[in-house]
Unconditional design. Structure first.
Length: 152
């Protein structure tokens, strides 16, 4: 079911990306995007953003920043509480098969949704958001970014 979402979200980026916090994910494929599709991933809390990016953080990484973004009236498909939307997709994709999570985003894009809400795989009480575009009437920065340091 598509529902309207408005509120603050948090996104962690490399400091070199801080000038464009509404840019698409750098990876050509992700949990809810493939084939170079636009996808902006964020979390409904700063804690959730740290949990979401934990898998991708290494000690040799350049500095990162955390950004607060304000979302207004995004039409999203709410998948929270559906474990099949939060599975580890990378291992399956590495075998050459399409990620099974893509069926959710492909369906939402077909319905004209702006994005998806979904539960954190490792902490299901935390939620994340992916947007399929960054229209300025729907998403804006909400303050200056802050340095972000991963928990060790």
């Amino acid at each position: 079911m598509i529902t309207e979402f408005s509120g603050l979200v948090w996104r962690i980026l490399f400091r070199t990306q801080s000038g464009d916090p509404l840019s698409s994910a750098r990876a050509p494929e992700g949990r809810f995007h493939h084939s170079g599709q636009f996808a902006l991933y964020a979390s409904l809390s700063a804690e959730g953003a740290g949990i979401a990016i934990r898998r991708y953080v290494s000690q040799c990484d350049p500095p990162r920043t955390i950004h607060r973004l304000k979302i207004s009236k995004a039409q999203v498909l709410d998948l929270r509480g559906q474990p099949s939307a939060s599975i580890v997709w990378q291992d399956m994709r590495a075998t050459g098969i399409p990620s099974p999570t893509w069926r959710f985003s492909d369906k939402a894009r077909t319905y004209g949704a702006d994005g998806l809400l979904y539960s954190s795989r490792s902490r299901p009480k935390l939620s994340h958001l992916v947007l399929f575009n960054a229209e300025h009437q729907m998403i804006q920065t909400a303050g200056a970014p802050c340095d972000w340091f991963p928990e060790r």
